[in-house]
Design a protein around this ligand. Structure first.
Ligand SMILES: Nc1ncnc2c1ncn2[C@@H]1O[C@H](COP(=O)(O)OP(=O)(O)O)[C@@H](O)[C@H]1O
Ligand SMILES: Cc1cn([C@H]2C[C@H](O)[C@@H](COP(=O)(O)O)O2)c(=O)[nH]c1=O
Length: 219
């Protein structure tokens, strides 16, 4: 019985890696699949993992029609057993509804991967519709950690080193690397626990605050 499954976690939690592993495992068993992505950091029509894995993919823009694409492929004799849908947070609600229709009417498995909420902690449209429609939802077990050591649950955006909660919802970017000499891009993401996201306390701000010398008590 085909299913619509949604695999979610914060940024940097292993979603794209799992997407490519899922594709590999199903293809290794002779199943025929298609891989989709949207706004991948590595560029157009590519799924990339920070582990260095990449795979060609079909780019989903706002006009992409999953139902029409799959029906056209099947009509022309292609076999499709499953769809891998990465960066699904960027899909529209209608596109997610079409993925559910592909599962129900064509018995094709759909594996969707994406973050739940944006830098303001608001659900993305595609993620919201996946939560509403998926047969099964999985939170990835590779836990990304806040700088304080707690499990990270939210994605923070910093612009020029300052955490922001205003701006465009879609800004493609990455979490800051661990190379201290690497140039820091203008927009950087960081995964935080809820408390530190609410306090706007990024790792950089925590370091700065901790470095302020406590006034010595007068002798
Ligand atoms: N060099 C590495 N060796 C092992 N794991 C890594 C390495 N670099 C990143 N990772 C892990 O890979 C995951 C990020 O991979 P990715 O699939 O790109 O995540 P996502 O798509 O969720 O942003 C994280 O869980 C991180 O811990
Ligand atoms: C929080 C947040 C993220 N994004 C972008 C940044 C990345 O390009 C992707 C997430 O990719 P990942 O594989 O999960 O790391 O989403 C955004 O556009 N807006 C946001 O608020």
């Amino acid at each position: 019985m085909a299913e619509l499954q949604f695999f979610t976690g914060t940024m940097d939690s292993g979603k794209s890696t799992l997407a490519l592993q899922t594709n590999h495992n199903h293809a290794a068993r002779g199943r025929a699949g298609r891989i989709f992505t949207s706004h991948d950091r590595a560029g157009q029509a590519l799924v990339s993992s920070r582990l260095g894995l990449t795979h060609d993919a079909l780019e989903v823009d706002e006009d992409f029609d999953f139902w029409r694409y799959v029906v056209d492929e099947l009509t022309h004799g292609a076999r499709i057993d499953y769809l891998i849908c990465d960066e699904a947070q960027f899909y529209s609600g209608r596109q997610v509804e079409d993925l559910a229709k592909v599962v129900d009417e064509l018995q094709i498995d759909v594996f969707a991967f994406g973050i739940l909420s944006d830098f303001r902690t608001a659900l993305f449209a595609g993620s919201r519709r996946l939560v509403e429609l998926a047969d099964r939802m999985h939170v990835l077990q590779v836990e990304a950690l806040c700088w304080c050591g707690k499990r990270a649950t939210h994605n923070a955006r910093s612009v020029d080193g300052v955490m922001v909660v205003e701006g465009e919802q879609v800004v493609v970017g990455d979490v800051e690397g661990d190379d201290p000499d690497a140039a820091v891009p203008e927009v950087v993401y960081e995964v935080l626990c809820r408390a530190h996201h609410r306090r706007r306390m990024t790792a950089a701000r925590a370091r700065a605050v901790s470095m302020v010398a406590e006034p010595l008590p007068f002798a």
